[in-house]
Design a protein around this ligand. Sequence first.
Ligand code: ZN
Length: 255
Amino acid sequence: MTDTHSHLNDRQFAKDLEEVIRRAKEVGVRRINVVGYDLSSSQRAVEIADRYEGLYAVVGLHPYEAQRYSDSDLANVETLLSHPKVVAVGEIGLDYYRGPRDHKAQRALFRLQIDLARRHKKPVVLHVRDAYGDVLDVIRDFPDVLFVFHSFSGNEEDMAEILKWDNWYVSFSGMLTFLAHIRRAARISPRDRTFVETDAPYLSPVPMRGRRNEPAFVRYTLKRLSEIWKVDFEEAERITDSNAQEFFRYDMKRV
Ligand SMILES: [Zn+2]
């Protein structure tokens, strides 16, 4: 299994990180991405990835940063991209729900970082909240960059749009286990462009709702996905692992 999106860099894991990683490995989670959202969490993601086998980092500035980041933050993110265990730029995007009201500033930061990803030949992990249409408008301009809709929470119509673009991927979090409209969308999600994640410490899947989420729990989301797809667990695991490998290119020499 692959947990393509966790925040093991969150302070909620400061005390028992080793234990959390051990539990994940025990249940067969072989790869875990640790995702940043500002400069310091991105640096911490790289430190953690550097320390543990099977852990990788994703670095970038969340839309919350749109009105407070500096040019040097962006330059430092770019420096992190050359670390061999940094596999993507993220989580970046547009958040019109809780992000800064200056949507223009959000879009500017978003575009700058997609451009960074493109220059460094990295895929992009998208954070989208109440801004689906605007995100699509931006990413349509980058047909040569791979994008994943992290913790996909759209409906079938949204999924149908994603299906049209072969550089757009979908990742399901624990929300798949408790929201019916996401389950319906998952039925038609592209088998060659779908994978799973926890978004730990948030969004624990059923039956762990209300507890701190952790990478070992990704198996509940994968189990649910296998039921929706009507394949056995091992088949769903094989498919999503191979899609994650295709997207993040773990341990491959990059140009
Ligand atoms: Zn996240």
